[in-house]
Write a protein that binds this ligand. Structure first.
Ligand SMILES: *Cc1c(COP(=O)(O)O)cnc(C)c1O
Length: 361
């Protein structure tokens, strides 16, 4: 049987059936129904944030918060991310300006921020890549100094804390993704967390056509609402999140044991101050006896699908032709050597062992 890089976690079938049963009585299937409200409350607690707005996916959550802040001109971000981050900036008519990443945790290199800031810069969109929390103190301080907004792409950082502070508490806002492949999911889904109450209205407008009353349309909003079936899946999955993370931790520690002291293999580990969610298992092959691509092919030949995640980097996409990937040499270097190995809660220890043996053979 093929081992995929990830496999969606599912609550027990009966549990989900039970959760959606009410919907056959209420016939309230979307538009901020009871499940939506409940999930919002539960997530505020779990993520420890005063405000949250749920969306039908993380990408539209990110586009919406960018629009809500009425950003203009240029936005500084990193190319070492999923296409969504860069696309959200560009699709809102802004110019992505690429900052390189740090070789250790692969997040935005704050030391290079100031040289990229121009009169046109309006915001920074850093990525807590693989759940590694960015240098939030430096980034938030530079942003304050230059009067820029900070929106964290926290798609990978669900449940992660830095010195006990939840990922939702940094910058002006954070976007979480609840896509089926993430540690916590609502099938498709996402959220924006923030501290400024005045954003509630704009986000509600943006995700529901600008409708504020039966006969009032306040602005040109789109449609990006989370429906009740998605919210029900979230309510179920949230009950099991600690168990989900714990299982991933056990598997990750087994990977550490097998791969930690191997010359030419570098494991990207979270910082000591971080309580991690074990969302991904990224490994850098740098000076190992096999290249990343050779390892990828060896695994593939054994029906194991690792992923070259993130490769290629977004500033090398054809649609960003005006950008050059050699302006972010660290991101380029890492992207050519990184491989994300399979990790999901029902992956078996002996499967991890098999994966490691293929790599080490
Ligand atoms: C998954 C992901 C997104 C987009 O989220 P969707 O819910 O799939 O729209 C954005 N950024 C990063 C880094 C992601 O991994």
């Amino acid at each position: 049987m093929t081992i995929q890089v990830t496999r969606s976690s599912m609550p027990p079938f009966e549990e989900y059936m039970n959760e959606i049963k009410d919907l056959w009585d209420s016939r309230w299937l979307t538009n901020m129904g009871a499940k939506h409200k409940l999930l919002e409350e539960q997530l505020k607690q779990y993520l420890n944030t005063p405000y949250i707005s749920l969306f039908t996916n993380g990408h539209l959550a990110l586009e919406s918060i960018i629009e809500a802040f009425q950003l203009t001109g240029e936005v500084i971000t990193t190319p070492f991310t999923f296409a969504s981050t860069t696309h959200a900036i560009a699709r809102k008519g802004l110019k992505p300006v690429f900052c390189d990443i740090k070789p250790d945790d692969l997040t935005l290199n704050a030391d290079q921020l100031e040289e990229l800031i121009t009169e046109k810069t309006s915001a920074i969109v850093p990525v807590h890549v693989y759940g590694n929390i960015c240098d939030v103190d430096s980034i938030d301080q530079i942003a304050k100094q230059y009067n820029l907004k900070v929106i964290y792409d926290a798609a990978h950082a669900f449940g992660v804390t830095l010195n006990g502070i939840g990922a939702a508490n940094f910058g002006d806002a954070s976007m979480f993704s609840f896509h089926a492949t993430k540690v916590f999911h609502t099938i498709e889904g996402g959220a924006v967390t923030f501290h400024d109450a005045s954003l509630i209205r704009s986000l509600n407008n943006l995700k529901n056509f600008g409708i504020t009353g039966y006969e009032t349309i306040e602005c040109i909003g789109g449609n990006a609402k989370m429906n009740e079936f998605q919210a029900a899946m979230g309510i179920c999955n949230l009950r099991h999140i600690e168990e989900e993370i714990k299982k991933r931790k056990v598997l990750t520690e087994y990977y550490y044991e097998k791969l930690s002291d191997v010359k030419g293999i570098r494991i990207i580990k979270p910082k000591n101050e971080v309580k991690y969610n074990y969302s991904y298992f990224p490994v850098v092959f740098d000076g190992y006896k096999y290249t990343r691509d050779e390892i990828f092919d060896k695994l593939k030949a054994d029906n194991i699908n690792a992923r070259k995640y993130f490769y290629p980097i977004t500033n090398s996409f054809d649609c960003y032709k005006s950008c050059k990937d050699n302006e972010t040499p660290v991101a380029k270097y890492i992207s050519e050597r990184i491989l994300t190995l399979p990790l999901y809660s029902d992956l078996q220890i002996n499967e991890v062992e098999r994966i490691c043996n293929i790599i080490l053979k």
